[in-house]
Write a protein that binds this ligand. Structure first.
Ligand code: AMP
Length: 393
């Protein structure tokens, strides 16, 4: 089956992000936000022309199914003759069983429902997006692409927590996230730096959510996110790695409920909690406040600490790649992370590092043993690629 036009959907609790691909090229993108209250749709062409920017009617905003009809109308407004051949869905959690993208069948939907508890904030909405797409595009193939799948090559020693084994067996494992981004960067290296593409790579995906991955020969060795997206690096509003004793203290001594602790660690921590100013890196970089400076130092130090661990576990490093909103744009963060790592063969070039990564850039000195790069990620493009591969197989 030849697949030309693919719609990629990323359905969240109150939002649906979408991108339309013709071949490898993204031609239309946008999102619906605020489902449930004051829903709004925005859509623009690849050239940046705004095609839709309006509130949804109450009828359109009822649920994911009705909202998808708005996206469908936008796709037809963009190209009246368009035929969507397949729909690719971002699904956050694939549990232990989904190690690759999969064509959605009724059986797959049932299996996915059964693991909703592993990602209650995400997977049920991803499934609602699948149900909506089935209704909006009857008879067209839907493909589920999982954030966790790329990390299923981790060995037990990197995947398990040291708690009684029965928990590992029932699924309490280090799943990892951002798999589409890591997979994309790993493939992109074959285009932009083929000499190291099969080597030992550490990718730092630094965005609002953030994680790092050690990749050898295109396969994940290990990653910093764990059972949930709370683990690993400090993020915009998430705490990252924390002593579980702190959680026990908050519940046992401070009398906080599970919901309150969840909110604190997911929404009030990270850069926002440490700085007391903002979760946005740009605000912190532009602030003169000592608290912002401390938060930024903390951030870089966490990345550095995880980098050391990933390099040790992988037994070396040939390239360090920054990606995500912060990794692609913040020369301050990249410089801060690399500072003092000459002993590892990491030497950043101050001048080259000033650039933003609109395309892949190399920011290491010619003398640096480790190649340092910043590469724009393309998670939706990766989903489109995987969707095509599954449908054409
Ligand atoms: P993402 O989740 O990948 O979209 O990344 C969002 C993060 O990227 C936010 O913390 C932004 O502050 C950060 N970001 C975007 N542009 C810049 C920039 N020019 N300098 C520093 N941080 C940036």
């Amino acid at each position: 089956m030849s697949i030309e036009t693919i719609l990629v959907l990323n359905a969240g609790s109150s939002s649906i992000k979408f991108q339309l691909f013709k071949g490898e090229e993204s031609v239309l993108s946008g999102q619906i936000d605020g489902l449930g209250a004051n829903a709004w749709v925005k859509g623009k062409s690849a050239e940046g022309e705004t095609l839709m920017d309006r509130a949804l009617t109450a009828e359109e905003a009822q649920n994911h199914n009705t909202a998808l009809q708005v996206i469908l109308a936008l796709v037809h407004q963009f190209d009246p003759n368009v035929e969507v051949d397949a729909i690719g869905h971002r699904v956050v959690h694939g549990g232990t069983q989904f190690t690759h993208p999969v064509l959605v069948t009724e059986e797959v939907e049932k299996e996915l429902e059964a693991i909703n508890n592993l990602a209650p904030l995400h997977n049920p909405h991803n499934l609602a997006g699948i149900a909506g797409a089935k209704a909006a595009f009857p008879g067209k193939p839907n493909v589920a692409c999982f954030d966790t799948a790329f990390h299923r090559t981790q060995e037990f020693k990197n995947e398990a927590y040291a708690i009684p084994l029965k928990f590992y067996e029932e699924g309490v494992r280090r799943y990892g996230m951002h798999g589409q981004s890591f997979h994309f960067i790993s493939e992109e290296l074959h285009n932009v730096a083929p000499e190291i593409a099969n080597g030992k790579i550490v990718v730092a995906h630094l965005g609002n959510g953030a994680s790092m991955c050690a990749i050898e020969n295109g396969k994940c060795v290990t990653t910093t996110m764990g059972f949930t997206p709370l683990d690993g690096l400090a993020m915009g509003t998430r705490c990252g790695l924390i002593d579980p004793g702190v959680v026990l203290y908050l519940i046992g001594e401070k009398g906080m409920s599970v919901e309150e602790v969840g909110h604190l660690l997911n929404k009030e921590s990270g850069m926002k909690g440490l700085s007391g100013i903002s979760q946005d890196m740009r605000d912190l970089e532009n602030s003169d406040s000592p608290a912002a400076k401390k938060a930024l130092e903390y951030y870089d130090n966490r990345v550095k600490r995880e980098l050391g661990a990933l390099v040790a576990v992988m037994g070396g490093i040939d390239a360090l790649v920054f990606t995500g909103g912060i990794g692609e744009n913040s020369s301050l963060t990249r410089a801060g992370v690399c500072e003092g790592l000459e002993f590892l063969g990491i030497e950043i070039d101050e001048e080259a590092n000033k650039a933003r990564a609109k395309d892949a850039i190399t920011i290491s000195k010619p003398s640096s043993r480790v190649k340092i790069m910043a590469i724009p990620t393309n998670e939706e493009g990766m989903i489109a690629r995987q969707t095509r591969a599954i449908c054409e197989a």
